[in-house]
Each structure stands twice: as C-alpha cells, then as structure tokens.
Ligand binder design. Structure first.
Ligand SMILES: [Zn+2]
Length: 252
C-alpha cells in the first residue's frame, strides 16, 4: 500500500482537567505561595483521628452534623466526613510551627440534591505556632480567596459553632456577582456570600495531639471545593460536576 504523506491527519480529541481537580490544583498553588505545605491522608480512618481527637467524643451532638458512612467489619472505621483526620495525624507527628493544607475527598450520608452530594472535596488549612491569631487567618484567607476568584474580595467574620475551634467563625466574602445590586441571585442583595467555616484551634485539640496549649495557638479553616467552583462560575447544581456531561465539562 502506498502511503500518501501529504494527506491531512486526523485530529485527536483531547480531554481536559476536571473543574474540581483544577480548583484543587489552583488552591494548592495559591497556598504554597503563602508558605503552606500540602499534606494528603487516608480517605478512611478511625473514629479516634476523625472525631475523638477533634474534641468530638462519642455521643457528641456534632457527630450528627456529619452523618457518616461506617465500614462493615472494620470496627470504628469510617469514610472521613472531613479532611481533619490529616490534621490530627500531622499534629501528632510534627511540632509547631505548622502550616499545612489538606485537600481531598470526603463522604457524608446526605440525601443528594442541588447543593448536597454524598461525596465531595474539601481543603482544610491549619496553622499552629506562637502568637497565631484570627488576624493571620483573615489576612491569609483574603489573599487566597482573592487570587482564586480573580478579584480583590473583602472578608468578614461572624460567630459560628464548630466543636474543634474556639471561637468558631463563619467567613463571608463580598459578593463578586452583584456589586451590591439588590436583585443579585447569589447573595440575595446582602452583598456577602457565606463561604467557609474556621476558628482558633480548640485547646482540647492541641492537648489531644500533645502540643503545649499554653505556648502555642492555631487557626483552622475548611472549605468545600465544589461550593467554591460553583460560586466562582455561577453554577447552581452540584450534580453537574459528576454527571459526566461533556458540553458542561468542556467549559473549563
Ligand atoms: Zn450579590
């Protein structure tokens, strides 16, 4: 057979990175630039590292906030409902100063709807050292979120409750969709979007992992990656990420 080397070639279809993987990569770069180390951990872990050491003992009502999947025939092992198991394990092995983020997949026994999935992704951050305060948290979050959203965002704190931090705070950022217009569908005209939970590491948590709570303080935060990407691009259904819909995925 004669090969016609002048014939045009066939175009190869190229895939692209999934928007969630891309966001995780982006956050890893952003936080690395801020001096954070990236640490990964197990997706299944014991109750001890997932809850007990995080100031959530057995029968604590906060366990219901994170309805979890248990693994059959493996006593006291769950699919992690947050990536905090990475933090407890890391703090046990390393002394301050600590400055890490832990990205990864988490699992919750949720009914699935437009804003809830039974598996999603989180990035948690943890900074422990001397003289660590909420001011450091505010500065780091403002910087990281402004880079991710590509705009200079304002950050505000409101009181919130999470058992592993004291005080606990809810973090809002200024709405980048509306610029304070009254009819904004994202912030409902308030100008602020609730974006993540955070706080100062509870002294009991430091105690549990053998860090001197008199000498060191820490801050921690946790954010849902799907929510971040939904807010960045104005996506209103979390299920879109996992439908395998090519036209949807091609946009990123
Ligand atoms: Zn708005």
């Amino acid at each position: 057979m004669k090969i016609d080397i002048t014939a045009p070639g066939e175009k190869t279809k190229k895939g692209s990175r999934h928007p969630i993987s891309k966001a995780i990569k982006d956050f890893e770069e952003i936080f690395s630039d801020l001096g954070f180390e990236i640490v990964y951990g197990n997706e299944a872990d014991t109750e001890d590292y997932t809850w007990n050491k995080l100031n959530i003992p057995k029968n604590h009502p906060a366990r219901d906030m994170q309805d979890s999947f248990w693994i059959k025939n493996l006593k006291e092992t769950i699919l992690r409902p947050h990536t905090s198991n990475v933090q407890t394990r890391y703090m046990e092995k390393n002394s301050p100063p600590i400055k890490i983020i832990s990205p990864g997949r988490v699992f919750r026994n949720e009914s699935i709807d437009a804003t809830h999935e039974a598996q999603f992704h989180q990035i948690e951050g943890l900074v422990v050292g001397e003289k660590v305060s909420l001011a450091n948290l505010k500065k780091d979050l403002k910087e990281a979120l402004s880079v991710f959203f590509g705009r200079n965002l304002e950050v505000r704190f409101r009181p919130g409750y999470f058992p592993f931090v004291e005080p606990g705070i809810e973090v809002d950022v200024s709405c980048h969709f509306c610029k304070n217009k009254k009819d904004c569908f994202v912030c409902k005209g308030s100008g602020w979007i609730e974006i993540l939970g955070a706080g100062m590491v509870h002294p009991n948590v430091l105690n549990e992992v053998g860090i001197n709570r008199e000498k060191f303080q820490g801050y921690a935060f946790g954010m849902g990656i799907e929510r971040m990407v939904m807010l960045k691009y104005g996506i209103d259904d979390i299920r879109d990420f996992y439908d395998g819909d090519i036209p949807f995925l091609k946009q990123f």
